[in-house]
Write a new protein. Structure first.
Length: 337
């Protein structure tokens, strides 16, 4: 058996060990669709939840069977209640969010979605009973305290989105530590991979690189902690399986490596043998861009026996091949409109 088959076998056994049924809220998003595809590969009692499952472009592009996807508006508590009472999910992954992208700037919707609706979901699920609840948190919770913070370091959020996610973590800490619910918060860093929004940094840079070009980039010293989607999916599954030792905890899910835009551009230039130089500073920095934004994943390594396995160079090449197969520049953009 080669190493890839062994990894697939281990992953299959972990997925099959999750208490079912399984619900994925926010399944129509980038991380959600990848998690849904992975779980459906090994079992059938998985339900992907979105606000409009019939018209979600990722569901359509992935040909997800209708029996496995449902419409639930998490801003409507009665819809959450109806779903929970009918399906009775035992493992819940909550990836529903709003405000992570600059175009999502309605502050009231940020708090309603990321905090109020998530609390409603937890409260409704609590009454029905569940075995594991894994919340998709964000490295944005740390805000300007961004240089390899540990989970116990001070949260200094610097946007409405960051405030909403930090507030939800405090609630999760309460539910886990005081009410003893099996619930945890994964603080995700810069996740990338197939099915990401096409106008995000890495999809755009890789798409341009395949043509021998660079797009406009921000200051070269701005940094990220890039982590490939497959590593993140494994963290979600492992957290759900080890939930009893994680109640009320937060875990940093990142590579632990600082990658500046300069390093990213040079890596891509090497992979795709681009002759021109990057266009640094042409694109203005966003208000949340930082020069030292990277993770300390030691807690996840210790409690989950998890670590990021896919190097950035390998991940970029995976995305590039996926873009070629999916006809990224034409069909993918049409799907995502």
């Amino acid at each position: 058996m080669n190493s890839n088959n062994k990894i697939d076998s281990n992953l299959e056994s972990m997925v099959k060990a999750l208490p079912g049924p399984i619900a994925i809220f926010g399944a129509g998003g980038f991380i959600g669709i990848n998690l849904l595809n992975l779980l459906l590969k090994f079992r059938n009692d998985v339900y992907g939840i979105s606000q409009d499952h019939l018209n979600n472009w990722r569901f359509i592009a992935n040909k997800i069977q209708q029996i496995n996807i449902l419409t639930v508006d998490i801003l409507q508590q009665n819809q959450i209640l109806n779903f929970i009472n009918e399906i009775k999910p035992q493992t819940i992954f909550n990836l529903a969010a709003y405000g992570a992208y600059s175009k999502q700037n309605e502050y009231d919707k940020i708090y309603q979605t990321n905090f109020v609706a998530s609390i409603d979901l937890i409260e409704v699920a609590k009454k029905q009973g569940f075995k594991a609840f894994v919340q998709a948190g964000s490295s944005s919770e740390y805000g300007i305290n961004s240089q390899q913070p540990s989970e116990n370091d001070t949260l200094l959020p610097n946007s409405h989105y960051a405030v909403s996610k930090a507030a939800l973590y405090q609630a999760i800490k309460y539910y886990g530590k005081i009410e003893k619910l099996p619930i945890t918060n994964l603080r995700l860093y810069s996740v990338y991979g197939p099915w990401e929004e096409p106008d995000r940094l890495l999809p755009v840079v890789i798409s341009k690189a395949r043509k021998g070009e660079f797009p406009a980039l921000v200051n070269p010293q701005v940094s990220r902690d890039f982590i490939y989607i497959d590593d993140v999916l494994k963290a979600f599954i492992m957290a759900a399986l080890k939930i009893n030792s994680l109640s009320g905890e937060a875990l940093n899910i990142g590579s632990g490596k600082k990658t500046t835009i300069l390093v990213l551009a040079n890596t891509i230039k090497e992979i795709y043998k681009i002759k021109s130089n990057p266009n640094f500073g042409i694109m203005p920095n966003r208000k949340w861009d930082l020069t030292d934004w990277y993770s300390n994943p030691s807690k996840a390594e210790n409690l989950l026996n998890w670590h990021a396995e896919i190097p950035l160079k390998d991940g970029i090449q995976k995305v590039g091949k996926w873009q070629e197969n999916i006809d990224f520049d034409n069909a993918y953009w049409n799907y995502a409109k």
